[in-house]
Design a protein around this ligand. Structure first.
Ligand code: SF4
Ligand code: MG
Length: 329
């Protein structure tokens, strides 16, 4: 069965002065209607770039997509004619970008900015678009939407501005919503509220949801499955249940152990030692080897394939059995 959205063996590279940066190196993942995929990893791991490829904003130099497919309902978006994909991206596949909070225009009311989706894409009158804006502000649980539709962005808190961005993203009822670090700029309580809202909206409309984050903690409650990225590759994919109970890759294990835990207050957090890899000068063998507590000699020379751990699970670690046996904590 073809999933709603499938990224298949995607490669993305950037031409830079220092050379070719291979930002995404054979990434595959998929999401179905009503399903939430969390894509995890540090910055520079390729998770945002993969999303940008789905959205079709990497189609020109210095970016290049030498290989791979992004299939929506089974049809490759990368080779589709421009006008056909224009009908899909932003409408049937929508995205909330990382810098969402600064993306609102300070000189227009929020109602006008939300309404723009309807005026521009559906030729709606100003009056109807304003009415739709109120409806959407209600849908994203902005209190007193009717009386706030003519307010300006600076009159809203960070969390409420993020809700406005979400309202714009879901305005045209997308089948897929991609949220790139939708909560990083917000405090922990507000982060949880925004995640809760995304989960509720998804259930109301049966969207497929892709949450991109470096913070495993914020997605644990809402994700169905996880794809962990490192150095432009997927190093582990798993159901959220399996991944949290017992990771099958040392990097996932490190990410899990870096989540602040209430029950371990006062104890020092395990943070993964070392730096993310330099994409222009990738380590030999397993890219994670310079930071890996499980490293053995062959890790320095042999790049691990994505081993099959189970039907629904893969790990790019030669020693995944050992990691799995150790459990999560
Ligand atoms: Fe660590 Fe080796 Fe596994 Fe890479 S292959 S994650 S270096 S144990
Ligand atoms: Mg990013």
């Amino acid at each position: 069965d073809e999933p709603l959205l499938a990224v298949d063996n995607l490669h993305v590279e950037f031409q830079t002065r220092q050379g070719v940066v291979r930002a995404v190196n054979g990434v595959s993942y998929s999401v179905d209607a009503g399903e939430t995929l969390a894509v995890l990893g540090e910055s520079g791991s390729g998770k945002s770039v993969t999303a940008q490829a789905i959205m079709g904003i990497l189609d020109m130099p210095p970016a290049r997509i030498p290989k791979g497919e992004v299939r929506f309902h089974g049809t490759d978006l990368l080779t589709m004619p421009d006008d056909a994909r224009g009908q899909i991206r932003g409408r049937r596949i929508a995205m909330i970008f990382q810098d969402a909070l600064s993306a609102l225009n300070p000189v227009f009311t929020v109602g006008w900015q939300i309404g723009e989706m309807f005026r521009v894409h559906q030729g709606m009158s100003k009056r109807d678009a304003r009415r739709k804006a109120v409806e959407l502000m209600d849908r994203v649980r902005i209190p007193g939407a009717k009386s706030r539709v003519d307010d300006f962005p600076h009159q809203f808190s960070g969390g409420m501005r993020q809700r406005i961005m979400i309202a714009m993203a879901i305005a045209l009822d997308p089948e897929i919503l991609i949220a790139d670090e939708p909560t990083t700029a917000l405090d922990v309580t507000v982060q949880a509220q925004i995640m809760g809202l995304l989960a509720e909206l998804q259930q109301e409309s049966d969207m497929g949801l892709i949450l991109i984050t470096h913070d495993l903690g914020v997605v644990a409650d809402v994700a169905d499955k996880i794809a962990v990225m490192y150095g432009g590759r997927i190093v582990e994919n798993a159901s959220v249940f399996d991944g949290y109970r017992a990771p099958a890759h040392p990097y996932t294990k490190g990410l899990l152990e870096s989540i602040p835990r209430v029950d371990l207050k006062g104890q020092e957090l395990y943070a993964i030692k070392g730096m993310p890899p330099n994409l222009l000068d990738m380590p030999t063998g397993c890219a994670f080897h310079p930071r890996c507590p499980y490293r053995k000699e062959n890790c320095v020379t042999d790049a691990p394939p994505l081993y099959t751990v189970s039907d629904t699970r893969g790990s790019a670690c030669h020693y995944w059995r050992e990691v799995l046996d150790d459990g999560s904590n």
